[in-house]
Design a protein around this ligand. Structure first.
Ligand code: ACO
Length: 448
């Protein structure tokens, strides 16, 4: 099959959110720390009636319905998530309820987990399956879902929550450039979840930033090498129309793009413009390690790449800035923002994607975009996702109430024998929600 990739997409994020400005006030940090310092506007969170399973049920049923896909046509279902609700039973098995109803139980795939990378692993599994000899002609379906919550402290404003579903098959408007993938995998303790009694990660914030940027450099260099081998000429940033990054918070995306620009400068100064050459020249001899610690270099990179950032990155930043870190869904929510903002003008364009999961696993890969055939075309995907209305219809919750909700969730985590408040007045019709967990820890959901 040719042009294997993403045929259709849908996104769901909780309607409940807290503004970063209000959170700054509540946390007593200096004004601008979260909005300018981290570059974030707003953060979505699950109220006590939502979780990764309800969000996944919502987004999967919505995608199937809106793109008119018969559940029997799905042959592989892969979930990427790092939100642990059960140490054995996969989220995928909960989603089987949607397919069993139609009599389809012949569906391969389970969950993939490694921090924010699981969604990419799930997507690759589906793409590889469609390209393999075991493909049976049906679609693959990928779900990326997480609730990102942190203990009180500087990481808390970098939370978020969402679920994204992507239908995978041949002749896709969002086609993989399969030969162009560069990965960097290694052992690090930058962000991990060793405490099985808590939903919160242990995080070394500074180390996680450095690991992210090191993996970015490494993946970019590999991607460039593979491009050169394939095309017989070097790759530079001018060869891609857009760059989409895993987005824990927007400031890191700004730094990342600056870092790629610095890579191009080091690879060949003629890849960057004249002014940038002068700005970056003083840093050319910094050793790798020093270059990650230099605040001056970081600022110089961002400044030198600013004009390109506005054109090649900014259109992908909308949802991550509004919803926050969605872990596995973050990269694909950034991509969804690009689709939302640029729609059919993306036909013929290349989009480079950077996926990062702490611990650590990272891959840079790229898409080639085509218009596609209805219902699997770019403009229909944009219509179905309906990002503007979903953002508009949200409810701002005061920080005190947000903190209170997190306390309830802490208490509930790993718990049994409880009934939720059943207050789902905020949820749009068609949304699944958690009703109760029984004495055997079995979870029950209903649809609004
Ligand atoms: N106005 C404007 N900017 C401000 C202000 C202010 N009043 N106060 C601080 N800042 C800036 C700082 O200068 C800094 O920006 P810079 O890096 O460009 O210099 C930024 O705000 C952050 O402030 P710091 O003091 O450096 O960091 P902080 O202690 O707030 O922690 C961190 C930030 C490390 C990102 C924390 O939120 C965290 O640990 N998050 C989770 C880890 C994470 O997301 N890692 C990313 C990759 S891994 C993953 O996806 C989970």
């Amino acid at each position: 099959p040719a042009n294997v990739g993403i045929l259709a997409m849908d996104i769901y994020f909780p309607p409940t959110c807290v503004t970063q400005e209000a959170l700054e006030g509540h946390d007593g940090v200096s004004k601008g720390k979260y909005t300018i310092g981290l570059g974030q506007d707003c953060m979505a969170f699950c109220s006590e009636v939502e979780d990764v399973i309800s969000m996944s049920l919502t987004v999967v049923t919505s995608l199937l319905e809106k793109f008119n896909v018969d559940p029997k046509q799905i042959g592989r279902l892969e979930v990427g998530s790092e939100t642990v609700i059960d140490k054995s039973k996969s989220i995928k098995t909960f989603l089987m309820q949607v397919f069993e109803a139609s009599g389809n139980i012949d569906i391969e795939g389970v969950d993939s987990t490694n921090a924010c990378y699981g969604g990419t692993a799930a997507l690759f599994n589906c793409v590889n399956w469609v390209e393999s000899s075991s493909w049976d002609g049906r679609y693959g379906l990928v779900v990326c879902t997480d609730t990102a919550v942190y203990a009180e402290g500087p990481a808390r404003p970098t939370g978020g929550a969402a679920a994204i579903a992507m239908l995978v098959g041949p002749d896709a408007p969002i086609a993989f450039e399969s030969k162009l993938r560069g990965s960097h995998m290694s052992h690090a303790y930058d962000f991990y979840k060793p405490n099985l009694a808590s939903e919160y990660p242990v995080v070394d914030g500074k180390l996680s930033q450095t690991c992210y940027l090191m993996a970015l450099d490494s993946c970019y260099q590999l991607y460039c090498k593979k491009f050169e081998k394939l095309e017989g000429r070097p790759f530079s940033m001018s060869d891609s129309d857009y760059f989409v990054f895993h987005s824990p918070y927007n400031k890191l995306v700004q730094k990342s793009f600056g870092r790629l620009y610095f890579n191009d400068f080091l690879r060949n100064p003629s890849f960057v413009d004249e002014v940038a050459r002068d700005t970056l020249a003083p840093y050319a001899s910094l050793s790798g390690d020093d270059s990650y610690q230099s605040r001056d270099l970081e600022k110089a990179n961002q400044q030198a790449a600013k004009h390109l950032y506005d054109a090649k990155v900014q259109p992908s930043t909308l949802i991550p800035k509004q919803v926050g870190n969605m872990y596995t869904a973050s990269l694909y929510a950034a991509f969804a923002s690009l689709l939302h903002n640029k729609n059919s003008s993306l036909v013929g364009k290349r989009v480079v994607m950077f996926s990062y999961g702490s611990g650590l696993t990272a891959t840079m890969f790229s898409f080639h975009l085509q218009e596609g055939q209805h219902p699997f075309n770019l403009s229909n995907i944009v219509t179905v996702m309906n990002v503007s209305d979903k953002l508009k219809q949200r409810v701002e919750i005061p920080p005190e109430k947000f903190v209170e909700t997190l306390k309830i969730m802490e208490h509930r985590y790993g718990g049994k024998d409880f009934v939720t408040s059943k207050d789902c007045s905020y949820l749009p019709p068609g949304t699944f929600y958690l009703t109760n967990v029984d004495s055997m820890y079995r979870r029950f959901y209903a649809k609004k």
